[in-house]
Design a protein around this ligand. Structure first.
Ligand SMILES: [Mg+2]
Length: 267
């Protein structure tokens, strides 16, 4: 694979957007000396943002997990599709009322960011998140509010969430459930592979596309996201994809590395 421009791309970039599972670790096991690799990136003045579509857990829970396995540094940031959705609501639906089908942890984050959450009155916007505390009452409220005309946003499209024994239903499966009942689909989806998280980051940091590099192990989410945002994309072969997958599915990476540890050669 030709990586001749990677050195220049890395030199010019400021932010490394990192997928986590399959890119930094698998389960709880680091991929090679990933702790040292991230430390070297920081020493070279690069900023690290961990990106996840999982909107069921809080930023703090992810920080604790990353800390436990020796990766997190206070200079780093965790960015979830849930937080990205709350920020998007604040910038594009300022002051509008929102019904959130999500966990208590996500509700707390929405409130901290300043989203006007409501429960018992018809909202302007309905947000579907990965609600691991989903109840029938929440589902009924959600479809009722949609049918009354609320604008429909989903945090991310993943149908399943990896789990030790079998894959378990994620937000994308809830989207299908709502569609089966109402015939309605989200007007917008924020998480990867869509560009919402990237647009938020560029706006918040006041930086152009060339200052970001997206690194991940999935072509159809991580790499497609990088491409949709116009960021340089690096596929790592430490997780789900191998070289044969490139070209078969959506998402052609700009660069390919065996693992993120190989980035050291380009710093
Ligand atoms: Mg991954």
């Amino acid at each position: 694979m030709v990586n001749k421009n990677l050195k220049e791309t890395v030199k010019n970039a400021k932010y490394f957007l990192l997928d986590m599972d399959g890119t930094l670790y698998i389960g709880d096991k680091l991929i090679g000396d990933m702790d040292k690799t991230l430390a070297t990136l920081r020493q070279c003045g690069k900023k690290i943002i961990y990106l996840t579509n999982n909107s069921s857990k809080s930023k703090q829970r992810y920080e604790e997990k990353l800390q436990k396995i020796g990766l997190f540094d206070p200079r780093d940031t965790v960015y979830t599709s849930g937080i990205a959705t709350a920020e998007y609501l604040n910038s594009s639906f300022k002051g509008k009322s929102v019904y959130l089908m999500g966990t208590d942890a996500l509700k707390k984050e929405f409130e901290e960011i300043g989203v006007n959450l409501v429960e018992d009155k018809t909202p302007d916007v309905c947000v579907l998140a990965y609600d691991t505390e989903l109840t029938y009452d929440k589902l009924c409220r959600f479809v009722t509010y949609l049918k009354r005309g609320a604008y429909y946003i989903a945090t991310h499209p993943d149908v399943n969430c990896p789990h030790p024994e079998v894959f378990i239903p994620d937000a994308g499966a809830f989207i299908k459930l709502i569609e089966a009942s109402t015939g309605m689909l989200p007007a917008e989806i924020i998480g990867k592979p869509f560009d919402g998280m990237g647009k938020n980051l560029m706006r918040a940091l006041g930086l152009g596309k060339d200052k970001f590099i997206m690194v991940g192990d999935r072509l159809h989410t991580d790499i497609a996201f990088g491409n949709n945002c116009g960021f340089a994309s690096v596929l790592v072969l430490s997780g789900e994809s191998d070289l044969d997958d490139i070209g078969k599915i959506e998402g052609k990476p700009d660069f390919v590395l065996n693992s993120l540890n190989d980035i050291i050669d380009y710093l």
